[in-house]
Design a protein around this ligand. Structure first.
Ligand code: MLT
Length: 201
């Protein structure tokens, strides 16, 4: 997968896996990672599905309607890519924290839905429920932060509420920050994510 790896100054810190929104790329969230933890290594990945030229991490059938078969396929691919990147760049595979926005948050959530050891934690900005009707793995010890807009027309509030419940039912620890906005990623939630991150890591 096309990506940027930037080695941090402190090997103890998590490797921040950056996953952009629809139409974004691997450059989008770098400044956000720098705000969150300037000492951490960064692995920023470009989604390799194209929707009318816009990069995404998996196909969708319509807005908010995911191509489940492709979602599972791409989730497995991304997990495999993380194994390869850890070997190539010599970082601890068990020490990855994802930061995803929108479509990137949804593939990060999908990693959590399918593997108990893909991520050590995740910050999900404006996520949705990636799949329903499956049993999640035991996510004990996994820390998740959800930041979402109460007026988000693309990732509605009820999706974040349901996602929080599903992750907690699977024993993950979940923090939530609501912002009184729509789908845009705001500094308010970035600051909230930073506070959460500093408490947890
Ligand atoms: C998705 O397709 O993952 C969500 O609808 C969010 C988006 O990327 O627009």
């Amino acid at each position: 997968m096309q990506h940027i790896y930037k080695k941090g100054t402190n090997n103890e810190k998590p490797v921040l896996l950056l996953l952009h929104g629809t139409g974004g790329n691997e450059h989008d969230l770098i400044s956000l990672a720098d705000i969150l933890d300037p000492e951490a290594s960064i692995l920023s990945v470009r989604g390799n599905v194209l929707e009318n030229g816009m990069p995404r991490f998996f196909k969708r059938l319509a807005e908010g309607v995911f191509d489940e078969e492709d979602l599972i396929f791409r989730t497995n691919k991304l997990n495999g890519f993380l194994d390869e990147a850890a070997a190539k760049y010599k970082f601890d595979r068990q020490n990855i924290v994802a930061i995803g926005y929108s479509n990137g948050a949804n593939i990060a959530a999908s990693l959590l839905f399918h593997f108990n050891d893909a991520l050590k934690g995740a910050i999900l900005h404006h996520p949705m429920v990636p799949r329903r009707g499956i049993t999640l793995p035991d996510l004990t010890g996994i820390q998740v932060f959800i930041a979402a807009g109460t007026n988000d027309p693309i990732c509605p509030q009820r999706e974040s509420v349901e996602l929080q419940q599903m992750l907690e039912d699977a024993s993950a620890s979940v923090g939530v920050q609501w912002v009184n906005t729509g789908h845009q990623l705001t500094m308010t939630e970035v600051e909230a994510a930073k506070q959460w991150y500093q408490q947890v890591y």
